[in-house]
Design a binder for this molecule. Structure first.
Ligand code: URA
Length: 275
């Protein structure tokens, strides 16, 4: 390779890393911008239901690139994978069992690209449980939830109300890192949902905090993090009803420091609820 081409390649790689794309997930690069749209892709082409990992596209295309000039129906939720997840999750009698079952579960394509399962961090006996969206790069390396920059901010917020990770249990809706830290797709979320629901049931916290919009939408079925943060919602764990509250994601707070005062208010409400 000529020195010029090598320099360009290094610059492109640096750009990818800065944009959060730091994991190679296939042998060849796909140019989704110039590739023709898959004309008659079945609605569940991106699902784990029945197709082999090799037959699945390596990356999920952004919705607006899927077809030219026409709305694409959202991919159908693969019922078989969701049913398998429900059954597997239900069969776990303890958090340790759930972790093992999840580690063996092959129904979610994210497992193939992540380095490892990120099940949780903190104290499963805690009265307070946080559920975020999905692991990022640091979590994928360490195998623990919220250990990167967002996690450090979460630790500071906990400290501000006199708590630390020995008094909180922390997990995610999706336990495998999505490539390049992209948002988990609705299909991935639906497949992983029975596991986090069972994890909450087995941990049995008194207070559940949904970190960010995806977690709030998946667990509480409400849309709009700005209007719902700081509000208490009932959450049925399967064995009892507890209190749940959406909070702004620490990654958002890092980008928007002015919003930290809202998070401070929410943390005071958490402290009060813990009594
Ligand atoms: N963001 C999340 O939602 N979860 C993590 O574990 C880390 C960052």
């Amino acid at each position: 390779m000529s020195p010029d081409r090598a320099k360009s390649a290094r610059e492109v790689l640096a750009f990818y890393v800065e944009a959060g794309v730091d994991a190679a997930i296939g042998e060849t690069a796909n140019d989704y911008l110039s590739a023709p749209a898959p004309a008659a892709a079945p609605p569940d082409a991106l699902s784990g239901g029945g197709d082999t990992p090799a037959a699945r596209p390596a990356l999920v295309m952004p919705r607006n690139l899927e077809t030219k000039g026409g709305a694409t129906p959202p991919p159908a939720i693969p019922e078989a994978a969701v049913m398998a997840a429900r059954e597997a999750a239900r069969s776990a009698a303890s958090l340790d069992e759930l972790r093992d079952i999840l580690d063996r579960f092959d129904g979610c394509a994210l497992k193939a690209t992540a380095s490892r399962l990120v099940f949780a961090d903190g104290n499963p006996q805690a009265r307070l449980m946080f559920v975020g969206e999905a692991p990022g790069r640091e979590e994928d390396i360490e195998g623990l939830a919220f250990v990167g920059r967002s996690g450090k901010l979460l630790d500071q917020m906990l400290k501000a109300i006199g708590l630390d990770r020995t008094q909180a249990y922390i997990a995610n809706i999706v336990p495998w890192r999505p490539p390049g830290n992209r948002t988990p797709t609705p299909v991935e979320t639906q497949i992983c949902l029975p596991f986090i629901q069972r994890q909450i049931e087995l941990a049995n916290p008194d207070i559940l905090i949904c970190i960010g919009q995806p977690s709030t939408a998946a667990l509480l079925r409400v849309q709009g993090i700005m209007k719902n943060r700081g509000r208490w919602f009932p959450y049925d764990t399967g064995t009892r009803e507890i209190r749940a509250m959406p909070m702004l994601h620490p990654a958002y707070l890092l980008r928007t420091p002015i919003a930290k005062r809202l998070a401070w208010r929410d943390f005071l409400a958490i402290k009060k609820a813990l009594g």
